[in-house]
Design a protein around this ligand. Sequence first.
Ligand code: BES
Ligand code: MN
Ligand code: ZN
Length: 495
Amino acid sequence: MTTVRLNSIDNAVSLDTDALVVGVHTGPDGPHPAPGAEGLDQALGGRLAATLGAMGVKGKPGEVAKVPTFGALTAPLLVVVGLGDAPGGGYEPEALRRAAGTATRALAGTERVALALPAGDARQAGAVALGGLLGAYSFTRYRTDGERTAPVTEITVLSGADGAEAAVEHAVTVAKSVSLVRDLVNTPPSDLWPARFAEIAEQAGSEAGLSVEILDEKALKEGGYGGIVAVGQGSVNPPRLVRLAYSHPEAAKTLAFVGKGITFDSGGLSLKPAASMDWMKSDMGGAGAVLGALVAIAGLSLKVNAVGYLCLAENMPSGTAQRPSDVFTSFAGKTVEVLDTDAEGRLVLIDGIARAAQDNPDVIVDIATLTGAQIVALGWRTAGVMANDDDLRAEVVETAGEQGEGAWGMPLPEELRKGLDSPVADIANLHPERFGGMLTAAIFLREFVPDGVRWAHIDMAGPAFNKGEPHGYTPKGGTGAITRTLVGLAERYAG
Ligand code: BES
Ligand code: MN
Ligand code: ZN
């Protein structure tokens, strides 16, 4: 991964680097340089604002322009990123993350990049570092034209703020985890099946100091994990359940995260149409986020206990696949009639949730690319958050907001429960109406949460995978969405 160092803003003019990045604000009289750019503007004869104005630069978020320095600075290239209107109060960390990410993304192929963005306090310095690192991400494993896609190798954050060092270190830990999740999501399903995912989790987990337990298909059958077994039985690549645990001797609280880890979702016998299938390698993004979060929580030595469950299966059609109308007994003991094998995420999650409850956590949060209905309701960038507890739901939404991850609270209307009644089993996995599909999926999950356990569910079908153009620090493909929200939640519950 890209390395990060810190330097003083006083050294910016003479810094030996390939590109220097500054911020620019929109203004009634044209663009004007943001804090961090003053010394550089001076070295350029105070002409930066006028030059940018003449270039047509406005200073809007997402805007980026490259300006040659003609020897006025040691860096040959000055890169300007828009920060929008100058904030009245302090800078929103997310605005800085996005600007830094826009810059490093635009500089792919450049070796050394220095970020002279507003970083007057540790929070801002950390935001600049994190955005810069996340924007520098690239997935080149399957490229034979490596040169063209070479990532930024070194980022220098220019800040003299107290605590900047710790903030940058924090950013590096988080960025490593998000990159791990993005890599997993981007990896083609031919190279990422449940057992392989479990191996990667075991390796990353033990390196981070987590204890790792893997249940294979035999252990899952014997243990009564009927949902994971049912979904996995159609594939030649059998399912796995991975348990990751982190504990701190001074922890007062325990969090449990449960991630949907469908390494490929063909729909099973209820086969998806081709256009909905080609990106279903991303259907393990929830499990990815749980792994990434646990690794980061350990890396940050948070004073909290955290357990993570990765519910891993490949959903395939075959002679051994589950059939629409099959019934299985879940880990919680309830029976489920499978009316649609494409509603498989909820089937693996209920086993993970019921198993997680045995750890007596203070809260359970499950994370899943669960429904297309989430995308219909909230679009590509906003995850839906549902819970059996209003305070917990608000807490999850607020934490996501702090991290700059889109999330919105959604209800669990009681009248939708009846539609999940099955004539043969305790419950059916499909609601006869497709309206409110994100909510009925959550209501199905809620039935498997033991009484008295606080539970929240994050549906991130849209946010997990960026099918559109890159933006801010978000690349095309795997985004690593919600990983940072889970780390943020752990920070809230840490002493
Ligand atoms: N993995 C899909 C949901 C999904 C859709 C994720 C688009 C990311 C992008 C899930 O397993 C699924 O197929 N859900 C069905 C549920 C339906 C059959 C009740 C859906 O949303 O259509
Ligand atoms: Mn599906
Ligand atoms: Zn799925």
